[in-house]
Design a protein around this ligand. Structure first.
Ligand SMILES: Cc1cc2nc3c(=O)[nH]c(=O)nc-3n(C[C@H](O)[C@H](O)[C@H](O)COP(=O)(O)OP(=O)(O)OC[C@H]3O[C@@H](n4cnc5c(N)ncnc54)[C@H](O)[C@@H]3O)c2cc1C
Length: 353
């Protein structure tokens, strides 16, 4: 690996690709290194849910910026990357939540019943928070579009060690102006200063012959806390993340679902939940098991962005929906520390350190 780029991004999931796209647009010479197929880690799959409701006003504001970012990406991609399904939420103080969104300038309503927005839902499930600008992110299309944008900047390489301005790959060392580390479940192995937990996630897709909004149930009323999203025409996926799985972060297999994990009880709970909360769903048609990384604590949307000289790290959970904003935040962090000018026309001048 002889070339010395301005920025080397480790991890070609949605976050690394978004950061690389933002940096490239600012004129930086970027490479993205992934040990496998880009988008095959936690970012894999057809769809992700987008919602505006988050725990704090700054997070809600970030979600609103991300929504605008998805519109801009869709325009550049020439196809919608975020659908118009809307998002529904059951549980919590929905009136207060709707008010919090409206204060932030985001359309929101309290519904007694979901009605035509989600005919498969139990008719007595309510009240619900309706977020009309939420919906299903076309995750696979977004990854494919970003990869097309980045072209041969995306490379296959197993990164074995990172340091400010330098990394070691299986093919040799690479020096660069700045390393951006967003290796998902592989992050801790390369940068043990960040504490993450790993949770095994089971998602079951059911046949669904009616419109389906992005779904979040925080009520416990139907026996589980779930999320759901239409992951293709005629399909609705329901997910549960319940099984802690904590391999040693240094284990090269720490990024994968541990062998022998028993999903039987979780599967039963998803099926029982679907039967009571969504009695009009059809048969299960698909199942996905993945490892999620989460930051310990109560906030399901927490992430850590850690910037040092020559190295910036980002990891967390539920990052997909925020990808356009996270990409820009990483590009800001890198340009703030850039020591040399990026050459291409249109580059943002690096700020003083
Ligand atoms: C089933 C499921 C449902 C989800 N639902 C939602 C949702 O509805 N809404 C939402 O916003 N989020 C959701 N999430 C979470 C969201 O998908 C993740 O937070 C996001 O995809 C993380 O992206 P990432 O780029 O940080 O990590 P990843 O996509 O995991 O990318 C990390 C990349 O780094 C690479 N890598 C790791 N180690 C190395 C190494 N040593 N050398 C080189 N490359 C390396 C990996 O191969 C991988 O491609 C869901 C996740 C799952 C699994």
């Amino acid at each position: 690996m002889a070339r010395s780029p301005d920025v080397a991004v480790v991890g070609g999931g949605i976050v690394g690709l978004a950061a690389a796209a933002a940096l490239t647009r600012r004129g930086a010479d970027v490479v993205v290194l992934d040990r496998g197929q880009p988008g095959a880690g936690q970012s894999a799959g057809i769809a992700r849910g987008f919602r505006h409701l988050h725990a704090t006003p700054p997070q809600i504001a970030a979600a609103a910026r991300a929504r605008a970012g998805w519109d801009a990406w869709s325009q550049r991609a020439g196809e919608p990357l975020l659908g118009k399904e809307g998002a529904l939420r059951l549980g919590g103080d929905v009136a207060a939540d709707a008010q919090r969104l409206r204060i932030a300038g985001i359309a929101a309503e309290v519904l007694k019943r979901a009605g035509e927005r989600m005919p498969a839902l139990a008719p007595d499930a309510g009240p619900l928070l309706w977020d009309p600008r939420g919906g299903a992110i076309r995750a696979r299309r977004a990854i494919a579009w970003l990869c097309r944008e980045l072209g041969d900047r995306v490379r296959r390489a197993d990164v074995r060690a990172v340091a400010p301005g330098r990394l070691e790959t299986a093919g040799g060392p690479l020096s660069c102006g700045h390393v951006v580390l967003c290796a998902g479940a592989g992050t801790e192995r390369l940068w043990p200063h960040v504490a993450m937990r790993r949770v095994v996630h089971l998602r079951v897709t059911f046949a669904c012959d009616s419109p389906a909004a992005a779904w979040a149930d925080r009520s416990g009323r139907f026996g589980a806390l779930t999320y759901g999203v239409a992951d293709g025409p005629g399909r609705f996926a329901l997910g549960l993340a319940e099984l802690d799985a904590q391999p040693a972060a240094s284990d090269p297999r720490a990024g994968a679902v541990p062998e022998g994990v028993d999903l039987g009880a979780v599967r039963e709970r998803v099926h029982a939940y679907a039967a009571s909360a969504f009695p009009r769903l059809g048969e299960p048609v698909d199942e996905v098991v993945r490892l999620l990384t989460v930051i310990p604590g109560d906030d399901e949307d927490a992430y850590v962005l850690d910037r040092g000289a020559g190295l910036t790290v980002l990891c967390g959970h539920n990052l997909f929906k925020l990808a356009p904003v996270l990409g820009e935040a990483l590009a800001d962090a890198v340009s703030a520390g850039a020591r040399r000018s990026w050459k291409r026309a249109g580059a943002t001048p690096p700020r003083a350190r």
